[in-house]
Design a binder for this molecule. Structure first.
Ligand SMILES: NC(=O)c1ccc[n+]([C@@H]2O[C@H](COP(=O)([O-])OP(=O)(O)OC[C@H]3O[C@@H](n4cnc5c(N)ncnc54)[C@H](O)[C@@H]3O)[C@@H](O)[C@H]2O)c1
Length: 275
């Protein structure tokens, strides 16, 4: 084929496009949330909201993502940062009101904001456990519910709740029972909401990563460098995941390529749960 001929675009690949889709990611100033935003922009999305606790961090991430993904053709990327604490229903409601006002619609929402802390169950401070549940479980629920309030009247939309392989297995050797059962709750939340909203055109799925190298895991590893080797040895691939390893999975779940998929869990864990 001559160089100046347009290359054929395959139909299946087109179904993975995020072009013309308004995308929202919570906990997106860094870590996996940031990578999900990047994956959407690299798949054609030009309307994006980056939600995180601190306005300046969310805005800076949005600006950086837009800059990194702008093309020579000058296509404008409308990426905004919004301060949002997912554990507060009012804060989530205010964020989605801003999104509706700015973009008028909503196509893909990823609930990625999450925290982890390790204590033996016998010593886990009750206030820390409540905080973890507020962010990981209630935060995912408030996010999905506000998203659905916009998507249901539209008759379409894809919601992805970030669970974890910890919803399926008990991590060793670190002790993190509340994190594990918070992620099991998130996984079943996705199935439960998916069934409740199945006739509305709104899909809900869970994405469950294995050990990925982000600030969250770096914090756990900071005082115990030998733990990384242990995690690598326990993972059949023999390594931790790079956040970029989730790009294909998130785009698949949020695009029309997965239009018959709802109430499912997609595990991307280097084989961890298979053994
Ligand atoms: N990193 C991993 O190995 C791994 C594995 C499985 C699942 N997960 C899940 O993936 C998600 C993202 O993890 P990560 O590794 O990117 O973590 P991270 O700590 O690198 O980033 C989390 C982001 O969430 C934000 N956040 C925290 N509390 C918030 C709140 N109340 N409201 C809004 N934003 C808040 C933080 O400011 C941060 O930007 C979490 O739900 C985590 O449980 C991570």
């Amino acid at each position: 084929m001559a160089d100046n001929q347009p290359k054929k675009t395959f139909k299946t690949l087109r179904s993975l496009s995020m072009q013309d889709k308004v995308c929202v990611v919570t906990g997106a100033a860094r870590g996996l949330g940031y990578e999900f935003c990047d994956a959407f922009l690299k798949s054609g999305c030009t309307s994006l909201a980056v939600l995180d606790l601190v306005y300046d961090e969310a805005s800076q991430a949005a600006e950086e993502l837009a800059q990194q993904n702008s093309t020579d053709e000058g296509e404008k990327i409308d990426a905004i940062g919004i301060a949002c604490d997912v554990s507060s229903e009012e804060s989530v409601q205010a964020a989605f009101a801003t999104i509706k006002q700015r973009f008028g619609r909503l196509d893909a929402v990823v609930a990625s904001a999450g925290i982890v802390e390790n204590f033996p169950a016998l010593e886990y401070p009750a206030d820390r456990m409540r905080k973890l549940m507020d962010v990981n479980v209630h935060g995912a629920f408030f996010t999905a519910r506000e998203a659905a309030k916009i998507m249901i009247p539209q008759g379409s939309g894809s919601i992805v709740l970030i669970s974890s392989m910890s919803a399926n297995i008990v991590n060793i050797p670190q002790q993190q029972a509340p994190y594990n059962f918070s992620k099991a709750a998130v996984k079943h939340m996705a199935s439960s909401l998916a069934i409740e909203w199945a006739k509305t055109g709104v899909r809900v799925n869970a994405l469950s990563p294995g050990y990925m190298l982000t600030k969250l895991t770096r914090t756990v590893l900071a005082n115990q460098p030998q733990l990384k080797k242990t995690w690598e040895n326990l993972t059949p691939f023999g390594r931790m995941g790079d956040p970029e390893d989730l790009a294909g999975a998130i785009v698949y779940l949020c695009s029309d390529a997965s239009k018959f998929m709802t109430g499912s869990e997609l595990r991307v864990d280097g084989g961890y749960c298979a053994i």
